[in-house]
Design a protein around this ligand. Structure first.
Ligand code: 5GP
Length: 219
């Protein structure tokens, strides 16, 4: 086996807010022994319960910019006033050992990875419908009303970029979703191809839901 055969894959998972990405990634690592998840670096402040080195490496702007200058990040992006990036060393180390590394990152970072690593597998996770996504977002009770609306607006932009991903996975139940993700990563089967009608309907529904939320608020 040559070196390339032993190298672990680079897997990017993105998706709309509230579609269960975090749970799916956690389950992949728990259920299979050939995955590792990269811990990102960020300049945003930790939320309650978040641990430095576990959920993120929390750093200052200066530290983050130094990391960029020194070439220590595989990709980085600005998201709502803060930097987020993927430390290179961990990813290289795991891949050398033949472990597939998962990056749970937003779309700008995903595009940088695709350009730098054309073999990376890019997967976009979506809810079955915009209505279902909103139901889950409201149900998890971690965002205010305004934040939910903000995330729905952002989802419209993200939906436009869905077509750049290699696979789209509909999370219609976590067990099936995790099995499907593993199949895609291992042998490229599973997922649905991107099709414009799904995206168009999703965006139309998101716009309608945002409008309804705003008009309800102003009443
Ligand atoms: P949050 O602040 O909610 O933890 O994350 C905000 C967004 O940043 C999410 O979409 C998350 O996937 C993304 N993100 C987290 N880590 C990284 C990273 O290392 N690089 C990029 N490009 N995005 C990241």
């Amino acid at each position: 086996m040559n070196k390339q055969d032993r190298q672990g894959k680079l897997v990017v998972i993105s998706g709309f807010s509230g579609v269960g990405k975090g749970t799916a990634v956690r389950r992949l690592v728990e259920d299979f022994d050939h995955y590792a998840v990269s811990t990102s670096m960020t300049t945003r402040k930790p939320r309650e319960g978040e641990i430095d080195g576990v959920h993120y490496y929390f750093v200052t702007n200066e530290e983050f910019e130094k990391m960029i200058r020194e070439g220590g990040l595989l990709e980085h992006a600005g998201y709502v006033d803060h930097y987020y990036g993927t430390p290179k060393a961990f990813v290289d180390e795991m891949r050398e050992k033949g472990i597939d590394v998962i990056l749970e990152i937003e779309v700008q970072g995903a595009m940088q990875i695709k350009e730098r690593f054309p073999d990376a597998v890019l997967i976009f996770i979506t809810a079955p419908s915009a209505a279902e996504m909103v139901k889950r977002l409201i149900g998890r009770k971690t965002e205010t009303d305004a934040e939910i609306t903000g995330r729905l607006r952002r989802a419209i932009d993200e939906a436009e970029l869905m077509k750049k991903y290699d696979y789209v996975v509909v999370n219609d139940g976590i067990d099936d979703c995790v099995r499907e993700l593993d199949r895609i990563i291992v042998d490229g089967t599973g997922g649905m191809p991107f099709y414009p009608a799904f995206k168009e309907k999703y965006i139309t529904d998101l716009r309608r839901i945002i409008q309804e939320r705003l008009s309800k608020k102003s009443k």
